[in-house]
Design a protein around this ligand. Sequence first.
Ligand SMILES: [Fe+2]
Ligand SMILES: [Fe+2]
Length: 158
Amino acid sequence: MKLRIKRDMLFERLSSSVLETGLLDQLKAFKQHGSSNCYDHSIAVAKASLYLSLLLPFRFKDEQLVRGALLHDYFLYDWHIEKPEKLHGFSHPHTACKNAKRDFADLTPLEENIIKRHMFPLTPVPPRYRESVLVTLADKYCATKEVFAALRNKFSRA
Ligand SMILES: [Fe+2]
Ligand SMILES: [Fe+2]
């Protein structure tokens, strides 16, 4: 079976405890990088993290990996409009973690760490678990892709 198909089947099962609450839908209202919104970005990061987990020859806790990745940007505001007290890049992992703990009472320490440390090395404390490392990598990959897609659109319209 192709890895992408296997990933998609697994993703459907592992993401259901978060997606079926409907709470993540709130992220559709908030713009993220380029023309993507926080919801699409979070799904993309969770899928890319799971893809890496299937690709690498190590064991990962896939359900917590997917749940943490889905919630990594659960900060619930538009950072292009609202300016938080501290710079968004530094403060949003903590805001996302606080919101996730409030809305998902069963959040595990591993999921918390994924959310809190996903901006490493911008935020200096490194991720504690290998799942957290995967999400930091997947997040940067997806963010870069989203920014370049927006630039491509901008220049093709010019
Ligand atoms: Fe983030
Ligand atoms: Fe992100």
